[in-house]
Design a protein around this ligand. Structure first.
Ligand SMILES: *Cc1c(COP(=O)(O)O)cnc(C)c1O
Length: 344
């Protein structure tokens, strides 16, 4: 293979020829004046997709999540999320920096939490010594949880609980597209269950950048202002928004191909004697463990010699993410390289 096979993340993709054409042909304007037709078209498309009132385009998923948290909370309040949550682990501590909010962490199952656990984590509203609980954040698919996703029947009781306790419910749907394709779910069902949802266009969907925050009118009222405060007001951003719209309209079904390849990787890993275990694969993330942790470095070097890059997550835990730019040929080469590794 001449090209490096990059399986560290699904964010490494380059625009497809069709996407490049959409970028070149995009009509643009100043989006801070809300005059960019391509950004407006993307926002309308996503709002309709989820059957929600309003949508707003952000440069990154982190900024979109951070804006959502700000829209739902006041300083000194608390949100509830899984201890694997991206909002807690991978957004630079933004929850406290941007919103002055703390996180109550739940030990869920592969990044998924349930209504009973959430109910126990809610602080009594009249006990003024504790932070006021005001928001629940779910993640779907889970990143650190290895691409696991929720059934709607698992989310419904969480919605009911949030109604009962007057809590906001936000979905970090960075990879919601993978979940929708894998579970054959209707995005409108998610629109009915959540107050706000983020969807990343720069993950498996293959756009160079961008995340859309979509939500209910009353919560989205201040979204433009919060985006501006966070430094996310952009000008002729329609070139990138057009890439995002192209991705949603043309590259969503190819996620199925990514999932198929991930399942094939799981099947092979399960047969290899140097592998301790593989977290059961649902979408495009494969998390697995080397039996002899001392061999991890040798294993990663072997793959590097085969021009394959994967992520090391510590303590023998490894991660592979399939994506649009991971071709059939690369897949064959990767499976072969896994077969070739021998423990001495
Ligand atoms: C990638 C990701 C985000 C957003 O990350 P950015 O790099 O800021 O776009 C948010 N949540 C999850 C679960 C993610 O995987």
């Amino acid at each position: 293979m001449k090209e490096t096979i990059d399986l560290r993340s699904d964010t490494v993709t380059k625009p497809t020829p069709g996407m490049m054409e959409a970028i070149l042909n995009a009509k643009v304007g100043d989006d801070v004046y809300k005059e960019d037709p391509s950004a407006n078209a993307l926002e309308n498309y996503v709002a309709n997709l989820f059957g929600m009132d309003e949508a707003l385009y952000f440069p990154t998923g982190s900024m979109a999540n951070q804006a959502a948290i700000k829209l739902h909370t006041q300083p000194a309040e608390q949100l509830i999320c899984d201890h694997y949550g991206h909002v807690y682990n991978y957004e630079g501590g933004g929850v406290s920096f941007n919103s002055g909010v703390s996180c109550k962490l739940i030990q869920g199952n592969r990044g998924k939490i349930n209504a009973q656990q959430i109910e126990q984590a809610i602080n009594p509203p009249d006990f003024y010594h504790s932070p006021k609980t005001s928001l629940v954040c779910l993640e779907n698919t889970t990143n650190k949880g290895g691409g696991a996703c929720y059934n709607l029947s698992e989310i419904q009781p969480i919605r009911a609980l949030c109604n009962k306790h007057e809590l906001g419910l936000h979905l970090d749907g960075a990879r919601i597209a993978n979940a929708l394709v894998y579970k054959k779910q209707d995005p409108k069902d998610f629109g009915k269950l959540f107050d706000t949802i983020t969807i990343c266009l720069s993950k498996g969907l293959g756009a160079p950048m961008g995340t859309v925050l979509v939500g209910k009118k009353e919560i989205m009222k201040n979204a433009m202002r919060v985006r501006k405060v966070l430094g996310g007001g952009m000008r002729q951003v329609g070139f990138m928004a057009a890439a995002g719209l192209y991705a949603l309209q043309n590259q969503m079904q190819s996620l199925e191909e990514d999932h198929k390849k991930a399942i094939e990787i799981e099947a092979l890993l399960n047969k290899l004697d140097y592998i301790e275990k593989v977290d059961s694969v649902e979408t495009n993330i494969v998390i697995f463990y080397i039996k002899d942790k001392n061999q991890t470095e040798k294993f990663v070097s072997h793959l590097e010699a085969c021009q394959i890059r994967i992520s090391e997550m510590g303590e023998g835990k490894l991660r592979v993410v399939t994506h649009l730019d991971y071709s059939d040929l690369m897949h064959e080469h990767f499976l072969e390289s896994l077969n070739q590794f021998k423990i001495n």
